[in-house]
Design a protein around this ligand. Structure first.
Ligand code: THU
Length: 164
């Protein structure tokens, strides 16, 4: 018999940066600062990502565009691929994303589907939830408990019978 399956995702909505922990605030500010390094001559949409690591350092990424448009990459993935390439042993304690027009103030943004897939891959790889900060409407901050909350019904290694 068909029956509904209700999913519950809890997202905390913070009124402002003042409600972040000090570690979260640093991650948040570094994501914003990273937007200065975006290479976005085509969309003029600057995106920055900051990853707070277990050694206290921050690893950043920005969107990198290309004249052959699909060859570009989002900020979330440049950050995660860069970290996994250079310091794969580090654990991510917090992730933050920021976005703004090339000339203009910060805006609300959420990660694209391809980034969500990559984000959950690395969360599964490290085996512990990664809290995520996203800019919400009216200068609020959305605090997700886990990257998995962005991608219900995720496809993961456990779906591949040969890599279980
Ligand atoms: N972009 C990101 O960097 N992250 C996202 O999650 C959404 C989109 C970038 C890709 C492209 O360089 C620009 O924003 C416009 O789509």
């Amino acid at each position: 018999m068909a029956h509904p399956l209700h999913l519950t995702i809890t997202v905390e909505v913070l009124a402002s940066e003042a409600e972040l922990t000090p570690a979260e605030a640093t991650t948040w500010q570094q994501a914003r600062a990273a937007t200065d390094q975006a290479y976005a001559p085509y969309s003029h949409f600057h995106v920055g990502t900051a990853l707070l690591l277990d050694d206290g350092t921050i690893h950043k990424g920005t969107n990198q565009e290309n004249a052959a448009y699909p060859s570009g990459l989002c900020a979330e993935r440049t950050a995660l691929f860069g970290l996994a390439s250079s310091r794969p042993e580090r654990r991510i304690l917090c992730m933050a994303v920021a976005a703004r027009p090339a000339t203009g103030d910060f805006v609300a943004v959420t990660s694209c589907g391809a980034c969500r897939q990559v984000m959950t891959e690395y969360e599964n790889r490290q085996g512990t939830p990664i809290p995520l900060l996203l800019p919400g409407p009216n200068d609020t901050i959305y605090r997700f408990r886990s990257l998995a909350d962005l991608l219900p019904f995720q496809f993961s290694a456990s779906d591949l019978p040969t890599v279980k």
